[in-house]
Design a protein around this ligand. Structure first.
Ligand code: PMP
Length: 465
């Protein structure tokens, strides 16, 4: 039995409000309603300080792939901490877990990616990719080849540079972006594609748009294109069939590096360890990943880098010339030990095959049971990466008024019923731990169904729909 009496919820709330500044927070609501303090966990469930139990339909934040409170993970962390809890990996230094994890990651990654560089989060990983690519072209004397192309509604992180890559315009409000660096092309949003276009025509449009963008900037000035295999925080956008392969061909044609941001899609969420090649059939020049790499148990990110890039960056130059990029916690031994254990557990549990079955069931159940609801415009995604987009009108796809707070309302109804799903403006996102069983899938789908129905009734009563 878990003991929740040790948590002084009111005191924690007061201290939290006073001193703990939360990221991505609507302060008006937060200051009025306070926080929800998660204190304990097991499997696919988390508990707040008062002992309320929630089935976590979002795995924290697309993170906890193997589920919560895994004893072996705790033990791996403790053991490495007792051996050597920290050492730098600058210069010639390293530790056994960093070496072993690198070899393991390379064995799982597309065959052209044979080198690993570590950081502590997805944003850092994407920042690192930009710096590596700039360094690469500088070394080749192509000093003008620096511009980056990303997509509307792509999410790449929250540091200055990663947020400049991010194409979710809502996230830019009130901030500045890195000047003269990033260019945007359209999101592969099949649901909201231009009227009258087939999915195949939309794919042609997107591929052509990227090529025209490269030509307009000048191929000699374009260094890289960043894309998530399935855009997550931008609304779980599954691109039209064939998109990634064709995008990769355009990039290759103009010597533009393709960075596949697999911060969410790697480590089993779509049923494969990496999605770029195994799910979508293309070979990127760099994969950035984090989150599921350690199931979120400890911060760790990795850049998987092609031989082509590594060979130029690492070619010996004059003595003393360096690749002056890296972090105190690059290759952190405890993080790497946890990453290794996480992959070992995933392989032992055959978690990717589990996702291929139960994740597919989740996808199918959501599409089957939720799509027909009057307020639902689209149910999309793949396996354990899903989104429900709510609309005022299914035909016109017109949105509900902002004051309907549709995403928040549906998430709140589900939370009251003990299921966590994520609100994102007029959408709701789900990315549960990959260990979910069929009954837990049914619970999420049924709870969401009831939550949406209740909200529909409420909106009618309030005259908002
Ligand atoms: N890329 C993607 C696709 C992400 O979803 C995220 C985080 N949600 C990031 C990058 C940034 O990762 P972090 O928050 O660890 O910096």
């Amino acid at each position: 039995m878990k003991d929740f009496s040790k948590y002084q919820t009111q005191e924690l709330h007061a201290k939290d409000l006073k001193h703990n500044m939360h990221p991505f927070t609507d302060f008006a609501t937060f200051k009025e309603e306070g926080s929800l303090i998660m204190a304990e966990s097991e499997g696919a469930y988390v508990y707040d300080t008062e002992g309320n139990k929630y089935l976590d339909g979002i795995a924290g934040l697309w993170c906890v792939n193997i589920g919560y409170a895994n004893e072996e993970m705790g033990e791996a962390m403790a053991e490495q901490t007792r051996r050597i809890p920290y050492y730098s990996s600058f210069g010639h230094l390293t530790t056994p877990p960093a070496v072993e994890l690198s070899e393991k990651l390379v064995s799982l990654a597309p065959s052209n990616l044979n080198h690993v560089f570590y950081g502590t989060g997805g944003s850092m990983s994407n920042d690192t990719a930009v710096r590596m690519i700039h360094f690469y072209f500088n070394r080749l004397g192509k000093k003008d080849k620096k511009q980056i192309i990303t997509r509307t509604d792509g999410y790449h992180g929250s540091t200055y540079l990663a947020m400049s890559l991010t194409g979710v315009e809502y996230d830019h409000i009130g901030f500045d972006l890195a000047p003269d660096l990033v260019h945007r092309v359209s999101a592969p949003n099949v649901y909201r594609r231009p009227d009258g276009m087939t999915e195949a025509e939309f794919c042609d449009f997107l591929v052509d748009e990227l090529e025209q963008k490269i030509l307009a900037i000048g191929p000699e000035r374009v260094a890289a294109f960043f894309a998530e295999p399935i855009a997550g925080a931008g609304g779980v956008l599954v691109p039209p069939a064939g998109y990634h392969k064709r995008i990769a061909d355009v990039c290759k044609k103009y010597e533009v590096f393709l960075v596949s941001d697999e911060v969410v899609t790697a480590f089993g969420r779509l049923g494969e360890m990496f999605s770029s090649e195994s799910v979508f059939g293309f070979q990127p020049d760099i994969i950035t990943c984090a989150k599921g790499l350690t199931s979120g148990y400890i911060p760790l990110s990795a850049n998987l880098i092609s031989d082509e890039i590594y060979d130029v960056i690492s070619v010996p130059q004059a003595k003393g010339a360096m690749f002056t990029h890296g972090f105190t916690y690059s290759g952190h031994p405890v993080s790497c030990a946890v990453g290794l254990k996480n992959i070992e557990i995933m392989e032992r549990m055959d978690l990717c095959n589990h996702v291929k079955k139960v994740g597919k069931y989740f996808e199918n159940q959501l599409k089957e049971k939720i799509s027909s609801l009057p307020i639902v415009g689209d149910v999309r995604g793949s396996h354990f990466m899903m989104c429900v987009e709510n609309v005022a009108n299914k035909e016109t796809k017109e949105l509900l008024p902002a004051e309907a707070e549709i995403g928040n309302r549906i998430a709140a109804k589900c939370e009251e019923a003990g299921v966590l799903i994520r609100p994102l403006a007029h959408k709701n996102i789900m990315s549960p731990p990959l260990i979910l069983n069929v009954q837990e899938v049914d619970t999420i789908v049924e709870t969401l169904h009831k939550g949406i129905c209740d909200v529909q009734d409420e909106l009618i009563r309030e005259g908002l729909w």
